[in-house]
Design a protein around this ligand. Structure first.
Ligand SMILES: *Cc1c(COP(=O)(O)O)cnc(C)c1O
Length: 430
């Protein structure tokens, strides 16, 4: 769907979407979530059928969104216990989960083992030791993936490149660290080595790094076979598939074809049977499935620009990305605005020089394709509540899938000092 079609869909359902809650509100679309999954799944069916999609739950851990993906047959990558709980709330089979994490608590690993979590990712030697100890204690045998780092430069925002030389993630291949931990995993009687994993980063703007990553990992799989005498069952190439915010980015089909070709070519050269392929897309499955609707409250001219001040700002979306922005109206964009949020810092500007129709107080602005990471990055700056979420179902119904937050919930679990507390305080929350 192009932006005009997306705007028309919002206009068609505007009354129902805006009725349940005050502005601002996140709108999600069941159809988009399902379509996104099916696009990836059918590309995999064509190019590499023995494969599983593990949705990276950190991109959106709302249980309703998770259950739509589960209903499509998607598996999930869950980072530590919070996301594990979200996936369980959404009804995922524990065997379909891949538990990742850095510095996980031993008791969380033990609980995940007892619950039957399908695969465990190991980022470092200490995590392997913890997993082995937990396996011994619970008498459950985990299937383990070793997180590798081939030190790659990838085209994306530096904050979200995760297989570089500088990163905290994974085990470096070139220095032999990845092999040393893999060897320990093979030797440990309490666990099964299932395979190897890498995640090169997020919003990767071209297909080529996936080809490089696939070849690096296949070469490492060949080294494992040569040095340790074992063949991997699972090759996990992580996520990072991009959402078209504004730039041209490769279609997911192109990336999947690139991965499949490189894996098949490299492994047939090394005479290794094809493993099951795991992918862990997050952003690509939900990024375009959500829109933030915010309302113009103030139009303010300064000597520098015309600001339209919205009731939602940088506290409601994940930063870095150039989200498409448009007004919910049929009028032509003839004006230019800086779109500011309501927060108490100068950086609270969502976008500058946005072409929009002439705005008035009360107009609704769509900040589109915010479906990935906004929920997790939304903050309570200035004790602002996070917006509620409504879902446009495939049948046209509108359902609330996250209730509005009250001010009381934001400050509620802080503790007042008893000796300074007053009895007769009333708050906005009362
Ligand atoms: C964040 C993350 C992903 C998902 O990345 P996207 O860019 O959202 O696809 C996948 N795997 C791991 C280990 C991650 O940390």
């Amino acid at each position: 769907m192009d932006l005009t079609q997306r705007r028309d869909r919002l206009l068609e359902h505007e009354a129902a979407l805006c009725a349940p809650h005050d502005s601002p509100v996140y709108v999600f679309y069941e159809d988009d979530v399902r379509d996104n999954y099916r696009t990836l799944r059918s590309a995999l069916d064509e190019h590499y059928p023995d494969s599983t999609i593990h949705f990276a739950v950190k991109a959106n851990y709302n249980p309703a969104i998770l259950s739509i993906l589960r209903d499509e047959g998607c598996h999930a990558e869950v980072y530590a216990r919070g996301e594990l709980a979200a996936a369980q709330t959404a009804g995922y089979d524990a065997d379909d989960l891949l538990l990742t994490g850095m510095n996980r608590r031993p008791e969380d690993i033990e609980r995940a083992l007892e619950q039957g979590v399908g695969h465990f990712l190991v980022d470092n030697a200490t995590e392997l030791e913890r997993l082995v100890a937990a396996a011994r204690k619970t008498d459950v045998r985990p299937r383990v993936l070793i997180r590798c780092n081939p030190s790659m430069e990838v085209p994306t925002h530096p904050e979200v490149a995760t297989a570089t030389l500088e990163t905290k993630f994974g085990l470096d291949i070139d220095s032999g660290r990845a092999m040393a931990v893999t060897e320990k995993a093979v030797a440990a009687e309490e666990i099964d080595l299932a395979g190897i994993q890498l995640h090169i980063g997020s919003q990767i703007q071209s297909a080529e790094p996936y080809g490089v990553a696939a070849r690096e990992m296949c070469a490492f799989a060949a080294d494992i076979r040569d040095e340790l005498g074992v063949e991997i069952d699972v090759l996990d190439l992580g996520g990072g598939l991009p959402v078209p915010y504004d730039d041209d980015v490769p279609a997911p089909e192109t990336i999947i074809e690139t991965i499949a070709t490189n894996v098949k070519d490299s492994l047939s050269e090394a005479d290794i049977p094809l493993p099951t392929l795991f992918l862990e897309p997050g952003r690509r499955l939900v990024g375009n499935a959500g829109t933030l609707l915010a309302r113009v409250g103030v139009i303010k001219e300064t000597p520098y620009a015309t600001f339209a001040v919205l009731d939602a700002g940088t506290n409601t979306v994940s930063s870095y990305w150039p989200y498409p922005i448009y007004a919910l109206s049929d009028e032509e964009p003839t004006e230019s605005y800086h779109l500011a949020g309501p927060l108490c810092y100068s950086g609270d500007v969502l976008a500058e020089d946005v072409s929009l129709p002439p705005l008035e107080r009360g107009d609704t602005i769509a900040i589109d394709r915010i479906g990935a990471y906004s929920l997790g990055s939304a903050s309570h700056t200035n004790a602002q509540p996070k917006p509620p979420i409504v879902l446009l179902r495939s049948n046209g119904d509108v359902e609330t899938i996250r209730q509005p937050e009250s001010v009381e919930e934001i400050i509620g679990n802080a503790q007042q000092l008893e000796d300074l507390a007053l009895d007769d305080v009333t708050t906005e929350a009362d």
